[in-house]
Design a protein around this ligand. Sequence first.
Ligand code: ADP
Length: 481
Amino acid sequence: MPTEPKTIFIAGEWSGAQSRASLEVRSPIDGEIFAAISRGGKAEIDRAVAAARAALSGPWTTMAGFERGRIMSKLSALILDNTEELAQLEARDTGKPISQARTDIKATARYFEFYAGAADKVLGDVLPFLDGYQVTVQREARGVCGLIIPWNYPASMFGRTIGPALATGNTVVLKPAEDASMSCARLTALAHQAGLPPGVINLVTGLGEEAGAALSQHTDVDFLSFTGSPEVGTLIQTEAAKNHVPCVLELGGKSPQIVFEDADFEAAAKTIVSVITQNAGQTCSAGSRVLIQRSIYDRFVAVLREKMTEVRVGAPAADLQCGPVINRAQQVKVKGFIERATSDGINVIAQGTLDKSAVATGYFITPTLFGPVPVKHELAQDEVFGPVLAAIPFEDEAEAIAIANGTAYGLVAGLWTENGARQMRVAKKLRVGQVFINNYGAGGGIELPFGGVKRSGHGREKGLEALKEYTVAKTVVLKHG
Ligand code: ADP
């Protein structure tokens, strides 16, 4: 009998679930079971939240910001020292090509580096008020932060959420996705090794509807951060509301890449294909719609066709552009979008090719470019979360903006035009959280505040902006006469 996994970390100790239950971990590369994780539930969440609460009365809270920063710097260095091991683990667990996995691990280290430097720079304000008064606004840690993260970028999501939480003096309970918990467990061990006091970081692996639900419902959590599907985001926010707990939600998108007739075709097409196939299209901010000015539609599509046809899909070790999607359910879902679009008569402009390393038992998808896609079709409206790109023609600026804003989402937009006035005009009218002009950073940019509007969620992570989310303002009014 295999030994019981111990992937739950509470108050500085590793354990299995109290129930002794575990979950098998399948690799998307071949569908084989290669590991197991503990199936934590309410009991473990209760213990983890209690440990995180207790740690707020310990040395973590009295430590100066720079001392917290030093521990985080050490963690960053440990992550870099272990890049290869972490990247191999991440690639096995999520299927991403090994270069992409290495990039993610370096991004994780960079999060801790960035927020280590910020830990002693969480500044307040001095406000002008009445004569004889001194008013300060101080930013205080929220307390116990419940962090529920998805499977697409597990390691870097670990850094994105825990980095700002620790920089501002919070303690955390992390619930990684059941499909991708392995790197989070290893990173938690490194965080402990870096010198975080027990209880500051707690990890509970398990199912969303068990451990995740228990965390979002917990009455002793002070703040929730969730990244995942809009449906679960609604559940999280509903639970948060019952306990009057603030939350940040990042829920995906249908991000447009808008290509005007004066764009640099080569640069635009190369980036557009690269970001929709990166991580097999399983990126919240993937540019999954390409809006092309009608006057250049045929010519630009020809360049896109060439780039999409060059995309090769295979196992992480082959290190191609695109790997498998995370699990069988996701493969079925993405294939469903492709099959329905095809049966609805939408033209397939180009497809990538499966490499011989893409074994039949793995969860591979052939990257596909469709177009022209009618703006009301599901391929132009719904998040596919796979390597599927929808080309949509537009006449002029006004129509481009209307189509770009015409979905339920509002996360990121890409603009491709050399016209400076147009760059600014259009950027101002897009209802999104980030606009990239003549570049596009799906998932990248630790320094860049990130988050959406509408069904893409609310609140901001990354950059210094995240420090505001993980703190609460306290106004202190002193009358000195
Ligand atoms: P995806 O569609 O990307 O799998 P989910 O929203 O289902 O996204 O999952 C994102 C995270 O939310 C995962 O860690 C998952 O375990 C967790 N989760 C899923 N269902 C729930 C739930 N009912 N309550 C809390 N967390 C959940």
